[in-house]
Design a protein around this ligand. Sequence first.
Ligand code: F6P
Length: 487
Amino acid sequence: HTQLRGDQVIVVSNREPYIHEHGPDGIVVKRPASGLVTAVEPVMRACSGTWIAHGSGSADRDVVDRADRVGVPPGHQDYQLRRIWLTPEEEQGYYYGFANEGMWPLCHVAHVRPVFRESDWEAYKQVNQRFADAVVAEARSEDPVVLVQDYHFALLPAMIRAKLPQATILTFWHIPWPNPESFGICPWRREILQGMLGSTILGFHTRFHCKNFMETVDRYLEARIEDEHSTISFQDKETLVESYPISIEWPDEAVAAAWPPIAECRRRVSERLQLPAVVRLAVGIDRFDYTKGIIERLNAVERMLEKAPEWIGRFVFVQVAAPTRAALDEYRSFQERVERITERINSRFSRPGYQPIHLLAQHHEPEAVNELFRAADICVVTSLHDGMNLVCKEFVAARDDQQGVLVLSRFAGAAREMTEALIVNPYHVEETADALLRAALMPAAEQRERMASLRSTVREFNVFRWAGRMLSDAGRWRLRARVEARV
Ligand code: F6P
């Protein structure tokens, strides 16, 4: 992205890269469970600039805003964080309501019915306007580069464009885009599409999502679609619709050298969870979200133990589920169902000193997640629908011993790149159970072969490739706009 050297970069996302919370010994800094933050944060460290996000921690606002008093985590000093503090009503309507009860199920098509309330939509519009005003206030020139992140901000691109017509606005949609019929149930479908088309570049994880988006625009707006160049012209403005598969920062040698050895990770996890000595350990690490296929994977573990009872006592599945959006009924009842199913399976297969499933419904900091990845024999990602999913890429990055098997849902964007995983349809319990069995029995040589190949893919197609491609496309468009302005 050398073409953008000297240009101002502003990023907007709902989730902030670090959260200040009140702890028993004063204010503590936590890093949220968010694929978006995992990906965007290293890019911002490299670009500097300003990150505008919704302030979500419990620490006092005026204290947090004076970051010098509470401290910025190491490595994060390279960019500015500007927090937007929302009122409880705004947070309810914009974040819990329209974004997470409306847009989230609408785009994931995970059989949870989207809820559209007029009052949520009003709050969503209002909060988008507040973020647009913050971008305008931060802009030091007429043409900053603004990176808008995700479904919380569908209206932001057009709002920014209205005030800063020369801005280069790159919008990245971190979740899937459904087909026109599914999207069409949204009462404000036209407003959302028009808002997004304020972008210079609109990015999705896969070509398939781009195609769905272009077909949706074709169905509901009077716009010119050019399939060949993947552009949409709407009200005299052109938007490039392109796929940019997101990824992670590949850990460099110094980072990996500081990790505890694999055997040590395994020892610590076994001790903490009191696992039997000889055991195959599978892990799942997710937010506690109904799109992640957690129930389907528990059913698969149960089926595996039914089919191959010799694994009872020798196969343990650890599910980390970080609480998320717990103010919503749908999320609370999902968590209760998962807990009930876990208890049922455990009561069926537990033996003295052995329980097949450990459900850890707590937030884990990145170091603890890395320890689990390194301790595991198998990592299970069974999303029912997922834009990309970065857990599988983090697992692969953690395994510098070239061991471990990845079981991956075909409905995660990552399945298109990570073909050496054992790919499953999570709706098919039998198939997923068979994949778990195969993973448990996979010889070390085959694991090495698959893992080496997965690692070379993720190392090469890392998050800087994701951002670099988007920013160099932006650089080309800026150059073109400057040339056209001269003519
Ligand atoms: O990438 C999808 C996403 O919804 C992000 O927008 C978000 O930060 C992350 O997952 C976690 O969700 P939340 O921010 O609502 O806790």
